[in-house]
Write a protein that binds this ligand. Sequence first.
Ligand code: PLP
Length: 368
Amino acid sequence: MNASEQPPRVRLRPEIEKMQPYRQGKPAAEDAFKLSSNENPFDPIPAVLEAIAASSVNRYPDGAATALRATLAAHYGLTPDNVHIGAGSASILAQLITAAAGVGDEVVYSWRSFEAYPGLVMVAGATSVQVPNTGDHRHDLPAMAAAVTDRTRVVIVCSPNNPTGAIVTKDEFVAFMATVPQTVLVLLDEAYIEFVTDPTAVRGTELLADYPNLVVLRTFSKAYGLAGLRVGYALGAEYVLDAARASAIPLSVIEAAQRAAIVSIEHQAELLERVGHLAELRDRIWTSLGEQGWSIPRPHGNFIWLPTGEHTAWAAEVFSDNGIVVRALAPEGLRVSIGEHESVEKLLRAAEEVVVKLRTPSTEATLD
Ligand SMILES: *Cc1c(COP(=O)(O)O)cnc(C)c1O
């Protein structure tokens, strides 16, 4: 074959070829803090390490995750049939979108929201309908309800919303559910629910009995610090979860993940105490940012949203120069996770440097 001659390309789905592979939060330099993936900064508790060590590796895991489903069912007062386990709640999102929406069908969600949603909808062959957030970075639920058509198969509600940190209130959610047809699957993505201290926030587990078309998604990755083991869960109607189970890649939730998740529920009080510390730290950082001159929505997850707009790439560099790796989501803003106590001083120094420049009109032109 002539070296300059390209072999014919295999035929791929054109819409998939155009997609960007998932971009992970940048790895942090040795002395930098990686605050780009909303990870939990705490080391695992000894009981989790013991559970991992006790897991077998030469055998396949229990594909039905029987023990973990029983643990979660007892915890929430449900039956194990109303619980589904996935290798991260992102994989359950993929399963449910694929199960409900195909070519010609629509999936409605807010934007900006979780970076994974557009790709998962695209891979399913369905069409994304993105409803812009309100001016204060919240879901616009009336507009989302209005975007539902006969082609809509799934609506995703993310509370707290990644990356803006805003919650949906229970009242807003109930009003929204009253207008959405019961034949449309509503996914309430609560990846950060454990960090929520606002009593007005929606909590899907309290509403499952009222809405048979509601599925609640939760994860052990964030509050429970098991991101590296990949384990999340869905709660909802058995036949809907059966469709997710049918769409899943079999045996992808490993035994170590199942065991670590069970132990985490057993040690919930200890782990949620850590979550409480992170939530306090978040509130303190938010207050300090306000004093610096930032006008940002109250954060409810383990991260803070800085609406840096067109200056996002520059602002991310300022953070990087200060030893903080953030998630830059241009052209809207950047998201910075609540991490180690030692990272706070650097975070605030970087944020101050950014806000001072952003607030000085004469320097604005030279930022990028
Ligand atoms: C992190 C995250 C998830 C899922 O994480 P997994 O590690 O796959 O469980 C889901 N939704 C949102 C909004 C997230 O931020």
